[in-house]
Design a protein around this ligand. Structure first.
Ligand SMILES: C[S@@+](CC[C@H](N)C(=O)[O-])C[C@H]1O[C@@H](n2cnc3c(N)ncnc32)[C@H](O)[C@@H]1O
Length: 311
């Protein structure tokens, strides 16, 4: 049976680690850029003074609506937007600098559990997968309009799906008869070309790849990382929790590139030198303890990286 919003229990991932690493001043400005079910925002609130400001961003309006009665002792701004627009979001709120930003990537368990959103391969529903329901492109468009080459490319790039070519070919063949419009129809197509012991894994990979493409998750992450540097106060921190290697790699490389110290030396071109903009706080990503994973299976693959803006 479907859970109602009030029945839904949600355990935020790496909660203590997030608070310990990201709170540097109790009355600062904090952005939870992936508000979701508000788990991290509420925890931030409990550790901050009443003079702090909290901003909760989510592009999925359903979770913001579900939390519309949320009252916090601090000034709290719920924002329906994509975090990639962090600069314009803050400028509309007349906020010039922030002390920390958290991104807990991926989708919230409430939307995952809703069969009408089409995120979960173990639920019958329409091929949708949009985080933001105002987005004109859904999983239906991708499955029915992308070329065989494009489908194969995203299955390989975004989830390393082993049978990406065969699955892409089966999709374009099947849609000659009628559009592929449900999660069940897509599963039947995948199952028809993948060995039975690989079927469930292939469902997971293909669904993940489509979701990443529908929501341009990679583009949004790359854009927000670049934009955040301009809005963080000196000493302010950025924390990212990722759940697959593609995202973790993007964060790792971004942090590494921006923390490089390449002083100007005789014979060097000015553009070859680099003044570091951030300091990496977590040399290795922080992972959940075995105890956390036992209590919350969603935490299983979480990796948390933190960096601090230099003054
Ligand atoms: C893993 S959930 C966050 C859960 C949250 N930390 C909590 O404890 O309740 C990720 C949320 O981020 C949102 N999201 C993902 N990408 C986003 C983006 N580019 N901009 C804004 N929100 C995004 C999703 O809609 C989802 O609600």
């Amino acid at each position: 049976m479907e859970k109602s919003k009030t029945e839904f229990t949600h355990i935020p991932v790496l909660l203590d680690e997030v608070l310990d690493f990201l709170i540097t001043t109790p009355n600062g400005v904090y952005v939870d850029a992936t508000f979701g079910l508000g788990g991290h925002t509420k925890a931030f609130s409990s550790r901050l003074s009443k003079d702090a400001t909290l901003i909760g961003i989510d592009q999925d309006n359903s979770v913001l609506q579900a939390n519309s009665t949320l009252k916090l002792p601090q000034i709290f701004f719920p924002v329906h937007n994509n975090f990639r627009n962090i600069k314009s979001i803050l400028s509309k709120l007349s906020i010039n600098g922030i002390d920390a930003i958290l991104m807990d990537l991926g989708l919230n368990s409430f939307s995952l559990d809703d069969p009408n959103r089409g995120f979960a391969f173990d639920k019958s529903g329409p091929l949708d997968m949009r985080f933001n329901q105002e987005n004109p492109i859904s999983a239906f468009n991708i499955i029915n309009e992308y070329s065989e080459h494009e489908l194969s490319f995203i299955f390989r790039k975004y989830s390393d799906a082993k049978y990406h070519r065969k699955i892409a070919n089966a999709i374009v063949t099947a849609r000659l008869n009628e559009p592929v419009s449900t999660t069940d129809a897509l599963k039947l197509i995948i199952a028809s070309v993948v060995p039975s012991f690989q079927v469930v894994k292939s469902y997971a990979k293909v669904f993940q790849a489509i979701r990443i493409e529908v929501n341009d998750e990679v583009g949004a992450l790359e854009q927000v990382l670049v934009n955040i540097i301009d809005v963080l106060n000196p000493g302010g921190r950025i924390g990212v929790i990722s759940y697959h290697s593609l995202e973790d790699r993007i964060v790792k490389h971004f942090f590494r590139d921006l923390s490089k110290d390449i002083p100007m030396q005789p014979g060097m071109l000015p553009e070859e030198s680099f003044i570091p903009k951030i300091k990496i706080i977590t040399r290795k990503p922080v992972s959940p303890t075995a105890h956390e994973v036992a209590n919350n299976s969603r935490a299983r693959s979480a990796k948390f990286r933190v960096a601090e803006k230099l003054g």
